[in-house]
Design a protein around this ligand. Structure first.
Ligand SMILES: NC(=O)c1ccc[n+]([C@@H]2O[C@H](COP(=O)([O-])OP(=O)(O)OC[C@H]3O[C@@H](n4cnc5c(N)ncnc54)[C@H](O)[C@@H]3O)[C@@H](O)[C@H]2O)c1
Length: 348
């Protein structure tokens, strides 16, 4: 039985908790939040004794009944907390993006993970979508021939939620970037995972809602992170990537479109339908628009939390997203921020 502690009991923690409750090999033994209400609510729901409810995350990490820690706090806290977990000799799972910038301790964290060999997972949740895992296998089998280009979009509409204040996500110091790091990092990882690494980037960003009310007063302050970012990238092998990440797409609650084109075929998926994939292979004489949409085979299902629990038990599942890969994605995020700020192509 893997005994897990969770730090940060906000929105995404609900997802982690829901999945962990379905893992037979895992038990949530401790929780932590600086918000007393959230701590009480999660503690009560999970029947955690008072002695295992913490407001100081260091105490959760030190708790002898915790052998693996999940970090679900705002972005600027991920690296310092993960470093403390690894230094305590425990396994860690970190929410995305890894940091606010690579310079904020990412190199040190990667070195410590390598030195200790402890399991360290990045929550690139969409890697666990069946369509993504199936696409990975089809590309690995060479079904697409030589890859040519990829088009990806991540669409939400959250910047327009009425009354939304200057929460941490809109503050550069706490978030690093806006939609780019929040949504874009998922597709940056997916592009590296399915297609190849990034060689250069040209990004453009826009802030549509330019000021928001502060959380603790009537004053307004400027928003200094992007609401949307578009970018072109050159990937290894000369593949061209065209990417758009936006929270300004009215009517879209959470849409991911991904299209990969090769000399021998194409793959498309839309994560509103994660169990379906659209394929077209030249070998089947389908060069004229006759694409077919099929269900993804059952064996491609795998839960993120199940994969983490397995890793803590020493059983690495295929396509495990590591913190080290999260660090590479952080370099790409930083390059995109620099490219947009300086209006130039940035090499990686
Ligand atoms: N993998 C995904 O698809 C996905 C989806 C949503 C969010 N996320 C990531 O999860 C993280 C959290 O996002 P969220 O939407 O849950 O945010 P949130 O603001 O709802 O929750 C964050 C929680 O952390 C707590 N917290 C802040 N400082 C703390 C500290 N020092 N010690 C303990 N707790 C502290 C807050 O009180 C809050 O309850 C972010 O990094 C975000 O990018 C990932």
């Amino acid at each position: 039985m893997v005994r897990i502690g969770i730090i940060g009991l906000g929105r995404i923690s609900g997802n982690h908790i829901g999945q962990l409750l379905n893992c037979l090999d895992a038990k949530i033994t401790a929780v932590c939040d600086i918000d007393a209400e959230k701590l009480k609510s999660a503690g009560d729901r999970l029947n955690i004794p008072e002695s295992h409810r913490f407001s100081d995350y260091r105490e959760l990490i030190a708790c002898p009944d915790v052998e693996a820690v999940e970090i679900c706090t705002p972005n600027y806290l991920h690296v310092p907390m993960a470093l403390d977990v690894i230094r305590a000799g425990k396994a860690v799972e970190v929410e995305k993006p890894l940091s606010t910038s690579y310079e904020n301790g990412v190199g040190e964290l990667v070195s410590e993970i390598k030195r200790t060999g402890l399991p360290a997972m990045m929550c690139f949740s969409y890697r666990f979508m069946p369509a993504v895992r199936y696409a990975k296998d089809l590309i690995g089998q060479g079904k697409l021939g030589k890859l040519i280009n990829v088009t990806v979009e991540y669409l939400q509409s959250g910047v327009f939620i009425p009354g939304r204040k200057l929460e941490w996500r809109f503050v550069k110091e706490y978030a690093g970037s806006g939609t780019l790091g929040d949504l874009g990092v998922h597709l940056i990882d997916m592009t590296r995972f399915l297609v190849g690494d990034f060689e250069s980037i040209y990004a453009m960003s826009k802030t549509v809602v330019t000021e928001r009310q502060k959380l603790d007063s009537d004053e307004y302050a400027p928003v200094l992170v992007d609401d949307l970012t578009g970018m072109m990238a050159r990937l290894e092998g000369g593949v061209i990537a065209n990417m758009l990440f936006t929270k300004c797409a009215i009517g879209e609650s959470n849409t991911i479109r991904f299209e990969i084109y090769g000399t021998d075929g194409i793959i498309k998926f839309n994560l509103n339908n994660p169990n379906e994939i659209t394929l077209c292979f030249a070998a089947e004489n389908r060069t004229d628009g006759r694409q077919k949409t099929i269900p993804v085979p059952e064996e491609y299902r795998l839960g993120q939390e199940y994969a983490f629990v397995q890793a803590v038990q020493g059983k690495l599942t295929p396509y495990f997203p590591s913190v080290t890969e999260g660090a590479e994605c952080q370099r790409i995020l930083d390059a995109a921020v620099r490219s947009a700020a300086e209006n130039r192509i940035v090499a990686l």
